[in-house]
Design a protein around this ligand. Structure first.
Ligand code: NAD
Length: 297
């Protein structure tokens, strides 16, 4: 079998188009222009590129983009004061603090300082709890994007055996919650899981979020399974260059799977698209519209 390649770029473009239409409708009907504030601390080059892309795509969707760039030496107190200002600003509907933060700043404290209604990353304990208890929540963007990609292959995931490899707060745990909400039978595998290949071989749906290049091998994949590769790893390539690879050995897995996401061009583009969707969602709720009215997932 040769797997169908899931085109994350195309699906992300579709999500962004839906968001742009939703933004235009919200503006027309309520006069509200959704605003996303991104806070970047320090000069990490990867974070700078990511923040620039977020800003460009926010504007392209017709929303207001606000950027706050702070030096790596900024105090925790100053950052918390800025978040307080953004919480009170009626023109800001989404707040995202780019992680990781410098070591002298407690990221847990920073995440908890964000108004849960503006927490478009979905990392605040209130949103984590709401997701876990089946209430409406702002949900982390990468797992939401991964779910949309899985559903682009099979719209009804009910009853599938899903294995999520990785248990981080950013990807693995919210991913498992989302799949549970879709009525999958969910296994969360992690660094202490025994006989991981055997666990993965049972899966109709595999979500790999490990952070290890080409870790999941082709012979772990059940024939016909859907494979969503969240990993983004930079590895040496020919000619002294580098390239990006996922957490799945792509060529091997693609020979067995039913559908698979490539890296790059799979889950990556979905993250910002879902961030824009969350910002629109937060603005709609702020406008008194029904939660979930955006309907991107
Ligand atoms: P993390 O380091 O926080 O978590 C990795 C998880 O993998 C841990 O829960 C750990 O238990 C598990 N793990 C580690 N070694 C393992 C092993 N040998 N066997 C089984 N499980 C093992 O990473 P993260 O933040 O969840 O990110 C995971 C990957 O996804 C990374 O490559 C990251 O770059 C990528 N990522 C991509 C996006 C995107 O936009 N596409 C967003 C976030 C993260």
């Amino acid at each position: 079998m040769t797997a169908r390649v899931i085109d994350g770029k195309a699906v992300a473009a579709d999500v962004r188009a839906k968001v742009a239409a939703g933004v235009a409708k919200l503006k027309r009907e309520t006069g509200i222009l959704p605003g996303l504030a991104v806070v970047l601390v320090g000069e990490d080059p990867a974070s700078q590129v990511y923040v620039r892309n977020k800003g460009e795509q926010t504007k392209a969707a017709g929303m207001r983009s606000i950027e706050h760039k702070l030096p790596a030496t900024v105090s925790e107190l100053h950052l918390l004061e800025l978040i307080g200002d953004l919480n009170r600003d009626d023109g800001v509907h989404g707040i995202l603090v780019q992680l990781p933060l410098p070591k002298h700043i407690d990221s847990g404290k920073v995440i908890e300082a964000i108004d849960p209604a503006k927490d478009v990353d979905g990392f605040h304990p209130v949103n984590v709890g709401r997701l876990a208890s089946g209430q409406h929540a702002l949900v982390p963007c990468t797992p939401t994007g991964s779910l949309i990609l899985a559903k682009s292959v099979k719209s009804d995931l009910k009853g599938l055996d899903a294995v999520v490899i990785g248990r981080s707060n950013i990807v693995g745990k919210p991913m498992a919650q989302l799949l549970l909400r879709e009525d999958c039978t969910v296994t969360i595998a992690h660094s202490r899981t025994r006989d991981l290949p055997a666990v993965v071989r049972r899966a109709d749906l595999v979500i790999a979020a490990v952070g290890r290049p080409e870790f999941v091998r082709g012979d772990w994949i059940k024939p016909g399974a859907i494979v969503i590769d969240v990993g983004i790893n930079r590895v040496p390539a020919d000619g002294g260059k580098t390239k990006l690879v996922g957490d799945v050995a792509y060529a091997e897995a693609a020979a067995v799977a039913g559908a698979i996401t490539p890296v790059p061009g799979g889950v990556g583009p979905m993250t910002i698209a879902c961030l824009l969707a969350n910002t629109l969602e937060a603005a709609c709720v702020h406008a008194g519209l029904e939660a979930g009215a955006v309907g991107v997932v």
